[in-house]
Ligand binder design. Structure first.
Ligand SMILES: Cc1cc2nc3c(=O)[nH]c(=O)nc-3n(C[C@H](O)[C@H](O)[C@H](O)COP(=O)(O)OP(=O)(O)OC[C@H]3O[C@@H](n4cnc5c(N)ncnc54)[C@H](O)[C@@H]3O)c2cc1C
Length: 375
């Protein structure tokens, strides 16, 4: 959509072809259906938020960055708001607002859109690309492939763009799951459905302070998704429910609340179900706890061990790591170094980012640059 907008803005006759009934199916599902349209961090934050080849995007961001995304939507009548960790959402809390603004801009600039049209083959014949669906054929002199990765194929991203790239002798780096929910045996049932802000989840030397969600299969939410790059299954994570408190501060707190039941004391710091879960094997009152029991409850709060049994498959992970090899793409124009006129944008390339608006920033900014002419 953003590639179509840039291309139409610069006066090119442009056609967007989408196989789904509607545009932006995956975008619609981001940010819990609210569309996490970008992140308002600075350039260093952006690059850090894109662990999979973010540095390739310096040139792209010098042409169009997250602040241009914010300006774009604001100028096109979408009120935005910034939430925790710099995540930007429409004030309406509805993905539709973002998708409709993009659709309206395409229409205003004279871009054409064909939905329910699946491209099944792409060739280059002399100077022109030849695109085919089951019923129709199109020719064009510039082709921008924005077919996404291979995650959540039900949204349309089945990896067809990789086939196009392969056809043109591009290398596809190995495809892997990124930003994957983690499977654990413990402690699902007791904590299922609980979402915690700013806990610290650690493995080895990796410490991620962010939000965490307990699900029926294990762990999701940004902290688990970010840590997923460092684990496979078989590791034990450590969960600190209260990273802003030291063990000593926690011991002092329990001392102050010694007349209360342990559960009620913990409820002052933690959600009720977490307090229930942590206090279940201890004496009722704080003052009844032995020194060893005090050490044990503090260690459960600060270092709860969680064994990981595996992670979700590529199809069920939020993002695809790997894609069209960036060595074969010009970072200024996003044109293929192998085939003139062929361009790539978005997740089809070997770029993967954290959730929190970074993938969408990469997709929108590369879309703008690929759609823009470079003389
Ligand atoms: C549940 C979920 C939550 C996410 N949350 C976040 C988040 O909070 N923050 C963040 O930054 N990122 C998030 N992401 C990742 C982000 O949504 C993607 O990185 C981004 O949408 C990629 O954009 P894209 O345009 O490259 O590809 P896509 O959004 O996948 O779009 C590709 C489009 O190409 C179409 N297409 C494919 N093949 C063909 C064909 N042969 N013919 C015609 N059309 C075709 C598809 O139908 C699809 O509409 C999330 C992803 C998921 C699945």
């Amino acid at each position: 959509m953003m590639a179509t907008i840039a291309s139409s803005f610069y006066g090119q006759k442009t056609l967007l072809i989408e196989k789904n009934r509607k545009l932006g199916k995956k975008l619609a599902g981001t940010g819990g259906g609210r569309c996490n349209v970008t992140n308002n961090g600075n350039l260093d934050d952006l690059i850090a938020g894109i662990p999979g080849n973010g540095r390739f995007l310096y040139s792209v961001f010098s042409q169009f960055d997250n602040h241009d995304i914010i300006n774009f939507f604001t100028e096109n009548g979408v009120a935005l708001k910034v939430e925790d960790h710099g995540r930007v959402f429409p004030k309406s809390d509805k993905s539709r607002t973002i998708i409709e603004a993009l659709e309206k801009k395409i229409q205003e600039l004279g871009g054409q859109v064909l939905t329910q049209t699946e491209i099944v083959s792409v060739k280059k014949v002399e100077d022109h690309f030849l695109l085919k669906s089951a019923e129709q054929t199109w020719t064009c002199d510039k082709l921008i492939v924005t077919t996404g990765g291979k995650s959540y194929p039900s949204t349309g991203s089945t990896g067809f763009g990789h086939d196009i790239a392969r056809h043109f002798k591009h290398t596809i780096t190995p495809l892997e799951a990124a930003e994957s929910p983690l499977l654990t045996d413990f402690p699902h049932k007791a904590l299922q459905g609980i979402s915690l802000d700013d806990i610290c989840l650690s493995y080895d030397k990796h410490h991620i302070t962010h939000d965490l969600l307990f699900t029926h299969f294990g762990l999701s939410g940004p902290a688990a998704l970010r840590l997923s790059s460092f684990v496979q299954g078989g590791e034990t994570l450590s969960l600190d429910f209260l990273p802003h408190l030291t063990q000593k501060e926690l011991a002092n707190f329990l001392q102050q609340e010694r007349e209360k039941s342990l559960k009620n004391a913990l409820k002052l710091l933690l959600p009720e179900r977490v307090a229930d879960f942590l206090s279940q094997d201890f004496p009722e009152k704080v003052k009844q706890l032995t020194e060893q029991e005090l050490d044990k409850i503090i260690s459960l709060i600060k270092e709860l061990p969680i064994p990981v049994t595996g992670k979700m498959s590529l199809a069920k992970s939020f993002v695809t790591k790997g894609g069209v090899d960036l060595k074969e793409i010009n970072p200024k124009t996003l044109e293929s170094k192998l085939i003139s006129g062929l361009h790539f944008a978005g997740e089809v390339m070997d770029i993967n980012a954290h959730t929190g608006g970074f993938n969408i920033t990469s997709a929108l900014c590369t879309g703008w640059v690929a759609g823009s002419p470079h003389y």
